[in-house]
Design a protein around this ligand. Structure first.
Ligand code: ZN
Length: 275
């Protein structure tokens, strides 16, 4: 499943369309998770002014020919979605190629086998509307301080693992990144979030940022075929220290990594290194 780093790498792959005007669009499916708007009627003639990311959403801002805001797509990859960039004309669509956005000489194509992705259209301020208005802070935002992160952790009775997954204190920690960042910070996933000291919260935030940044950087190299016809589906494997390594030796202390289940989700941790 695509996580924040994949979405950020995807955004970087798609910014080749920023500044270009939509010349055609095709929607081959009535709905993904939600109904897909009539992009063939909405978009041609509009210019993609910017492409932003917020958590795992891409925010596509379009302008009219006078440079006035015309509307915004808020898209999500769901469980299995990925975008590809083709030189126009793109080849005949293959199975699950549901949406094409044609920007003259490049075509952006969405493939989504499981159809849990979404593409919404709004003419309002997308950041003031659901789902974006409900999201926790971005991990790389300067507005997210160690103290602010610690304060957010004080507000819940849940475990630190569940709190990170919920995304209220910071977005971007899916199941893998939870296990990896808690291991790197030396914190057991079962600890209550409110039990973290300011120092522990600061260390955890540092590790979350480091691990997400490394994943984005490695994705940039893994995805060097992003523009080619035979690239992978765009997801990349993180070089995990503990995730998926139950029964293997901890890379720091040699004790065996254990798997625990919290709220139906697996956590991997080292009982020697994590307190
Ligand atoms: Zn260990």
């Amino acid at each position: 499943m695509p996580e924040l780093p994949e979405v950020e790498v995807t955004r970087r792959g798609l910014i080749c369309a920023v500044g270009k005007t939509v010349t055609a669009a095709a929607v081959r499916i009535p709905r993904l998770r939600d109904p897909v708007p009539d992009f063939a009627g909405l978009l041609p003639g509009l210019r993609l002014a910017s492409l932003e990311r917020r958590a795992k959403y891409l925010i596509w801002h379009f302008e009219d020919q006078q440079g006035m805001p015309a509307g915004t797509i808020v898209s999500h990859l769901g469980m299995s979605g990925f975008w590809r960039v083709w030189p126009s004309p793109a080849p005949a669509p293959r199975k699950h190629d549901h949406v094409d956005l044609v920007f003259g000489d490049v075509t952006l194509r969405l493939n989504d086998a499981r159809r849990f992705g979404s593409m919404r259209w709004t003419t309002g301020d997308p950041y003031a509307e659901k789902p974006l208005c409900d999201l926790g802070p971005e991990p790389f935002s300067e507005a997210l301080t160690p103290l602010g992160f610690w304060q957010a952790l004080q507000k819940t009775r849940r475990s630190i693992k569940e709190t990170l997954l919920a995304g209220s204190a910071v977005v971007g920690c899916g199941n893998i990144y939870c296990s990896e960042s808690l291991f790197a910070a030396g914190i057991l996933p079962t600890r209550s979030a409110s039990s973290l000291t300011k120092k522990e919260a600061a260390r955890l935030l540092t590790e979350i940022r480091r691990i997400l940044a490394e994943a984005i950087a490695s994705g940039g190299t893994t995805l060097r075929d992003f523009h080619g016809p035979d690239g992978s589906d765009g997801y990349f494997a993180l070089d995990c220290q503990v995730y998926g390594r139950e029964g293997e030796a901890c890379p720091k202390c040699g004790r065996l990594i254990v798997r625990i289940v919290q709220n139906g989700r697996s956590s991997f941790c080292c009982p020697g290194c994590q307190k």
